[in-house]
Design a protein around this ligand. Structure first.
Ligand SMILES: Cc1ncc(COP(=O)(O)O)c(C=O)c1O
Ligand SMILES: [Zn+2]
Length: 432
C-alpha cells in the first residue's frame, strides 16, 4: 500500500518506476509535467496533481521541427502525430488499437436544414470501439507501459470502459474497469466482452470516480487512465484537432462544437489547434470553441450562462449517460476556453437529444449515440439563438456510435409498414 500516485514530495521516490528506470524517449518530446494553475514544472511520472498547489498537471514539450510532409508520411491513425504526443517514436509497433484518422464528412444536407453555409461532421464513431475514447486510451496505454504499471483501469460513463477493456486485452495487460451499475445494457456488454474484471458500482459516475481515486492511492502499479495517468490520457484528444486541420487541407475551421462531460476533450482540442499554429503547420486564424451538454447534467453550461467561474456540481438526470459527469474535473478550463475563443457552452433537453440523433441520421446517414445527439441538437440551438455564425465554416463532433444507445430512439423509429410478401400488399401501403 502506498500513496505513490499523489505526486507529493513525500512520495515522489516511491513510484512503480523505482525498480525500472524510464527508457530514453519513453515520452517522446515531452519534457515535464506543468501545473495548469501555477505553471510549476515537475518530472514526468504517474503524477496528476501539482506539488505546490494541487492544481492539475499537463504535459510540456520541447517540440522538434516538423513538416506537413513528415506527418502525411505517417500511418493512417493517431501515431502520424507521434512527435506531438507523449509517446515514444516506436509507438506504432507496440500492440495497440490504432485509433484515429476517422472521416470528416462534408454535411451539406444538415447544413441546408440548419441554414448553414459550410458544415462538417468529424465522425469518431469509426474508431475501433466506436468512440473518441480510443484516442485517449491509446496514449494512456503507452504511458502505463513505459511507467511499468501492471493494471490498466478506469472509472467510466461507458465508452471509456469499452476502450480500456479492449486496449488492455490487445496489449496483454490486466484490466479492471469500473462503471455505474445503471449503464446502458449495450455498453455493459461491449465492455465485459473484453475483460473478466468489469465492476458495476451502485452509484453515479462521480461516486465511481471517487472510488477509483481511492484505489489509485492504495494500490501500486495501477494505471487509472483518467485519474493518475490523466495528463497523458488527455493529450490523446489533441489528435481530433490535428486531424480536422489536416483533413481540411491544413487549415483551421472557424467554429467547432464539442460535447462536454469532464471537459477534457474540449480543452485539448483547443490545445491541439494552438500547437499546430505554434509549429507553423497551419496559419493562425481564430477558432470559436463551443461546448454541448444535456440539460439534465449541465454544470458547465449553467456556469457559462451565469457568468460564473465556479462550476457547481450537479446530480445528473439525462439519457445522455456518457456525458453524465456532475462534477467535471476540467469544467473551469472548458469555461475558460469557450470564453477566451468567443464560443459558448449550451445545453439541450433529452427530447432535443433524441431529435438531434434523428436529424443527423436522416440528413447525413450517421447514427450517433446520445452524446452526438447532444452535440447536433446544441449546434441547432446555437444557430437558432444566434450564438453561432451560420455563415462561418463549422465542424461538429460525433464522438460515439448510436448502436450503443439504441434505447434513446427505439420507441421513435420502426417499420413504416409490416406486410404479407405480395405486390398488392406493398402497393396498399402507399409507398410505391
Ligand atoms: C461519446 C463521448 N463523447 C464525449 C465525451 C466527453 O468527454 P470529456 O470527459 O473529455 O469531456 C464522453 C465522455 O465519456 C463520451 O463518452
Ligand atoms: Zn501548481
Amino acid at each position: 500500500m502506498s500513496t505513490s500516485f499523489l505526486g507529493t514530495s513525500a512520495t515522489r521516490n516511491h513510484t512503480p518506476t523505482a525498480n525500472r528506470p524510464l527508457r530514453d524517449g519513453a515520452f517522446g518530446h515531452a519534457i515535464h509535467l506543468v501545473c495548469r494553475e501555477c505553471r510549476a514544472t515537475s518530472e514526468l511520472g504517474p503524477f496528476y496533481a501539482c506539488q505546490e498547489c494541487f492544481g492539475p498537471l499537463e504535459i510540456g514539450y520541447d517540440f522538434p521541427r516538423l513538416t506537413r510532409a513528415q506527418i502525411e508520411a505517417g500511418p493512417p491513425n493517431i501515431w502520424r502525430y507521434q512527435p506531438l504526443l507523449p509517446v515514444p517514436t516506436d509507438i506504432a509497433s507496440s500492440p495497440n488499437m490504432e485509433p484515429g484518422f476517422t472521416r470528416l464528412l462534408k454535411a451539406d444536407n444538415l447544413a441546408r436544414e440548419l441554414g448553414m453555409t459550410s458544415l462538417w461532421v468529424k465522425d469518431d464513431s469509426g474508431n475501433p470501439t466506436h468512440s473518441f475514447k480510443d484516442r485517449v486510451v491509446a496514449v494512456a496505454l503507452s504511458a502505463a507501459r513505459e511507467l511499468g504499471m501492471e493494471v490498466f483501469a478506469c472509472p467510466s460513463t461507458g465508452n471509456l470502459a469499452n476502450a480500456v477493456a479492449a486496449a488492455g486485452a490487445r496489449a496483454g495487460m490486466r484490466t479492471v474497469v469500473f462503471i455505474p451499475a445503471d449503464l446502458e445494457r449495450a455498453k455493459v456488454i461491449t465492455s465485459a466482452v473484453y475483460t473478466d474484471s468489469l465492476v458495476a458500482v451502485h452509484g453515479s459516475y462521480d461516486d465511481v470516480n471517487r472510488l477509483a481515486s481511492e484505489i489509485a492511492g492504495e494500490e501500486d502499479g495501477w494505471a487509472f487512465v483518467n485519474v493518475n495517468v490523466r495528463p497523458y490520457y488527455a493529450e490523446g484528444s489533441k489528435t481530433l484537432a490535428f486531424e480536422v486541420a489536416e483533413q481540411l487541407g491544413w487549415r483551421l475551421p472557424q467554429q467547432v462544437v464539442i460535447p462536454v462531460a469532464s471537459g477534457s476533450q474540449l480543452t485539448k482540442v483547443d490545445k491541439g489547434f494552438t500547437e499546430l499554429v505554434r509549429l507553423g503547420l497551419v496559419e493562425e486564424s481564430p477558432v470559436k470553441i463551443f461546448g454541448a451538454q444535456a440539460t439534465g447534467c449541465s454544470p458547465v453550461s449553467a456556469a457559462f450562462k451565469d457568468g460564473r467561474d465556479v462550476v457547481r456540481p450537479v446530480k445528473p438526470d439525462t439519457i445522455a449517460k456518457s456525458l453524465a459527469i456532475g462534477n467535471p474535473a476540467d469544467g473551469p478550463y472548458a469555461l475558460d476556453v469557450a470564453r477566451r475563443t468567443g464560443g459558448a457552452i449550451e445545453d439541450v433537453t433529452d427530447q432535443e437529444v433524441r431529435e438531434g440523433i434523428r436529424l443527423l441520421a436522416r440528413t447525413e446517414g450517421v447514427f450517433a449515440e446520445t452524446a452526438g445527439g447532444v452535440t447536433v441538437a446544441t449546434l441547432r440551438k446555437l444557430v437558432e439563438t444566434g450564438q453561432l455564425d451560420p455563415e462561418a465554416e463549422t465542424v461538429v463532433f460525433n464522438t460515439g456510435d448510436g448502436l450503443k444507445t439504441l434505447d434513446a430512439v427505439a420507441h421513435l423509429v420502426g417499420p413504416a409498414a409490416t406486410i404479407e410478401p405480395t405486390y398488392a400488399a406493398f402497393t396498399a401501403t402507399g409507398l410505391a
